[in-house]
Design a protein around this ligand. Sequence first.
Ligand code: 6CS
Length: 379
Amino acid sequence: MIIFNKKSFILALMIFLTLGLLAACGGGDDTSSEGEGSDDTEESSDSEESSDSSEGGDTEFEEDTWRFVTEEVEGQVQYVYAEEFGKRISEKTDGAITVEPYEFGGLGSETDQVDQLMQGTVEMAVMSPGFTGNMVDEGQLFALQFLFPTDQATTQEILNNSEALNTDLREQYEEHSITPLSYWTEGAMQWTSNDHPLRSPEDFENFQMRVQTSPLIMESYDKYGADPQEMSWGELYTALDRGTVEGQENPIFFIGDASFHEVQDYLTLSNHNNYVAMTTVNTEWFNGLDEEVQTIVEETVTEMQDWVFEEQQRQNEEYLQIIEEDEDNPTEIVELTDEEVETFRDAAMEVREFYRNEVSTVDGAILDKLEEEIAEYTE
Ligand code: 6CS
């Protein structure tokens, strides 16, 4: 019932926002001026009333509106992040800058949204590396299972401070006009399934597993013997309901809020990976902003790392309870033993070599550095 309402809402929103975006872009007929690498901020961001950072609170900011697209809908972590970010930016610029958060669905699929950020049609996006898999090869390293520590706070600390991610990987994304300003966890990923619980690689034999568009995620599930299928989450509830796919992976809050548990029998607390999201900006747009505004954006993104960590934790805890207590849609919750985890970990290790040899364009150098950084935090 909930998903029916949400899906209808997404459809209506898709039409409404697409029309709105076209209007905002001048009816869509002058998009040539917004190509990759172009500066579409002339009317807005290259302020004539130049701001004076030395004046601090006396700065007069030019009025501007930034479009901030997310892959989630109202109430979900990415969307509330964009709302909170907008609130803070508005406060810091005395209401001169407005950030318009966009829910998922309004602007197409997740990969369409990646495209829009690259082209500068939207200024900002929360993006999952899993949807840049066919473009930024190195970004696929987030798909490597059992790479980050199980402890979420330690993982977030690594995401905040890693040079491999915040310098080296950022450079790789910038070649595609995407600047990741921060990486943050939306929580540990868990598996859901029908028919049988997923507790060993054998349970994945011929299993129709829904995945994001990343060759490395495909490879990870191929290794377990599964039959992975790429799909947008907008189609996932129906696909699970109809048996087009038999299972999927996501953090608990998302499984609960998107009602996937209604059409799945088992939730395996596998903690096999972290759902990492990136706060991204169009590179050329960001570089064209007034320096003081750039600093405000960077500071806000940094201060929001703790905020979003607590938000995802709150939502993941809340939805675990909702799923546990949903008597109309009972879901068996399965905890893996240490031995079962080790079996998966061993199988997943082979995928690291695949990443180094077949995926990476820098011979795995970013992964090597990241692994060293992770070891420093966990030893
Ligand atoms: O499974 C997905 O594709 C979606 N999962 C999350 C946690 N956020 C957005 C994403 O598209």
